[in-house]
Design a protein around this ligand. Structure first.
Ligand code: ZN
Length: 269
């Protein structure tokens, strides 16, 4: 049973803001990488204990978020994709399930932390009218490949987003955003600074919850795979991306279409 784990930094317990924790220039960046890697290790341990035989960890944070030396040696680390067509970030149809660790909610989500979709300039992104974030884009690609979304670990608002799009997914919520949203009129620069409040579990408790959810996710994928549902979406596909004002560029909307493939749609320039 082969599992793909996508990782990000902003949804990890103890990651308090961008500037200090998730950027290479940040004073706590190395600690942030350790916090993410230990959450990933908790998921890897739970997955193997639950019956996984192979776990590939994709380092999905922009500047990198995994410490290779600290990563559970039973897993393999994946980083680097075709810059002209990054989706689906190394996932393929040989995987049985996909999970997320350290994920944050999509742009515009109230009471989420470090909220964004790809970059802070994205106000919303919709496929066939359905609003999706980073999780949704990859979950849709996974659906196209026949890979089930089984595990969502990160901030609470993200775990709710995952349950809504892929009912049945196992979740671990490690922090709660404390600030509302409704900030579509903000520029990218201002939105980036607007969602910095959260109440965090201790990293130790967060890892326990992640390990437990991962263990159950792997067990259920083995014994009752149909409990994990695919998003309800059918071709043809239209992607709309709404961008905030950034610098002196006004808000804009980008529209792309594809007759049959979500992966091709997301990779379209
Ligand atoms: Zn992200």
């Amino acid at each position: 049973m082969k599992i793909f784990l996508m990782t990000d930094m902003e949804g990890v317990a103890g990651i308090l803001n961008h500037d200090d924790w998730v950027l290479p220039s940040g004073r706590f960046y190395d600690q942030g990488r350790r916090l993410l890697t230990e959450e990933v290790n908790a998921a890897v341990d739970g997955l193997f204990t639950g019956g996984a035989t192979k776990v590939v960890v994709a380092d999905g944070h922009g500047s990198g978020g995994i410490d290779p030396e600290q990563l559970d040696p039973r897993s393999q680390l994946l980083r680097g994709w075709d810059s002209t067509a990054p989706y689906p970030f190394g996932l393929d149809a040989t995987f049985d399930g996909i999970g997320w660790v350290g994920q944050h909610a999509k742009a515009g989500t109230p009471f989420s932390h470090l909220t964004h979709t790809g970059g802070f300039e994205v106000c919303d992104q919709r496929v066939n009218g359905l609003s999706i974030g980073e999780f949704g884009a990859l979950a849709l690609c996974a659906m196209e490949l026949g890979v089930r979304s089984i595990l969502a670990c990160g901030e609470a608002a993200f775990t709710q987003e995952a349950e809504t799009l892929t009912p049945g997914i196992l979740t671990a919520a490690v922090k709660n955003g404390t600030l509302p949203d409704g900030l579509d009129a903000l520029s990218a620069e201002d939105y980036r600074k607007a969602k910095l409040g959260a109440l965090h579990l201790s990293p130790r408790d967060a890892r326990q919850q992640i390990r437990s959810a991962a263990l159950h996710a792997a067990q259920l994928l083995k014994t009752a795979p149909h409990r994990f549902s695919f998003p309800a979406m059918h071709p043809p596909y239209t992607l709309e991306r709404f961008l905030r004002q950034r610098g002196n560029q006004p808000p804009t909307t980008i529209v792309k279409t594809h007759p049959s493939s979500l992966i091709a749609l997301f990779n379209q320039k």
